[in-house]
Design a protein around this ligand. Structure first.
Ligand SMILES: C[S@@+](CC[C@H](N)C(=O)[O-])C[C@H]1O[C@@H](n2cnc3c(N)ncnc32)[C@H](O)[C@@H]1O
Length: 271
């Protein structure tokens, strides 16, 4: 897929998903985000960049950790995500945080500017993740650190069929290489190619818990990257894809609830 098309699909897809994102994903992504922040080991006064920040779920936690002497810049390709993040910052009187729209492959920041670069569950959506990691590397001070998280191997993510279910009904795939970075050694290799050293990798299992099929479908179709396609489907197709998705996770159903397995890979490294 053309990189510029993939970026448009992401930009407008996440615009559509933005209002549903936190309800759908905040709890489910927390284990990966906790581990990423743990590995980042943020100290007071540090200057932090959060790439593909979404609504700022980890940016705000980073801002609390670095305190008033520090600063967080959150960047995301979706205007609506940035709008929401700025609204949350204002409502909660954050003074050490700023959000702007930017592509992960073109950060428009200075060289050697930040003490820490973060990217939680964003790299899978970028057409060339190595370009994004090189940008994070460029904008870090010498020896500064990065901490990133991606989804793990396809086989260990029980919700993975969502992409095929949607892709076969649209002309351009939503996210062609989504699970690539989760394969054994791939994140480590990508960080190395981008110039990072002292790479440390952790792979963790998790469970995505849904109280009902409705909740599972809302997270999958409305709050995530397939939202752009989904909201354009007719009611009939919407019904069809929801049924196919629920069939694909049937194995993880218990009564009305679903406990769908997931896996994350989290890395820390130094410039
Ligand atoms: C799953 S959300 C993660 C958001 C946030 N990091 C978190 O942990 O909650 C993925 C985010 O990646 C952003 N994204 C996708 N492609 C991007 C790109 N090329 N550059 C910057 N952000 C991008 C989306 O807009 C979306 O907000």
């Amino acid at each position: 897929m053309e990189p510029s098309l993939q970026k448009r699909v992401q930009r407008y897809g996440w615009d559509k998903a933005s209002n549903y994102y936190q309800d759908s994903w905040q709890a489910q992504l927390k284990p990966a985000q906790d581990k990423l922040l743990d590995m980042a080991n943020i100290r007071q006064g540090e200057k932090i960049i959060d790439v593909a920040c979404g609504t700022g779920l980890i940016s705000f936690r980073a801002a609390e950790a670095t305190g008033k002497e520090g600063f967080v810049l959150g960047l995301d390709i979706s205007d609506k995500m940035i709008e929401l993040a700025n609204k949350i910052a204002t409502e909660n009187n954050f003074v050490n945080i700023q959000f702007e729209r930017a592509d992960a492959e073109e950060l428009k920041t200075n060289d050697n500017e930040f003490d820490i670069a973060l990217c939680a569950l964003g790299l899978m959506y970028v057409p060339n993740p190595i370009h994004a990691l090189k940008e994070m590397h460029r904008t870090l001070k010498p020896k500064a650190r990065c901490s990133v998280a991606v989804w793990g191997q396809r086989n260990n993510c029980g919700w993975a069929e969502i992409f095929e279910i949607v892709d076969k009904r649209v002309s351009s795939e939503v996210c062609p290489m989504f699970f690539n970075l989760g394969n054994e050694g791939m994140l480590e290799k990508s960080l190395e190619v981008a110039g990072f050293s002292n790479i440390h990798i952790e792979r963790i299992k998790s469970v995505l818990y849904y109280q009902s099929g409705e909740e599972a479908c809302a997270a999958a179709f409305e709050g995530g990257p397939v939202a752009l396609a989904y909201f354009k489907f007719s009611d009939e197709i919407k019904k069809e894809v929801r049924k196919e998705y629920l069939d694909s996770i049937q194995h993880y159903k218990n009564g009305n609830t679903y406990s769908v397995p997931g896996e994350f890979v989290i890395a820390s490294a130094n410039k």
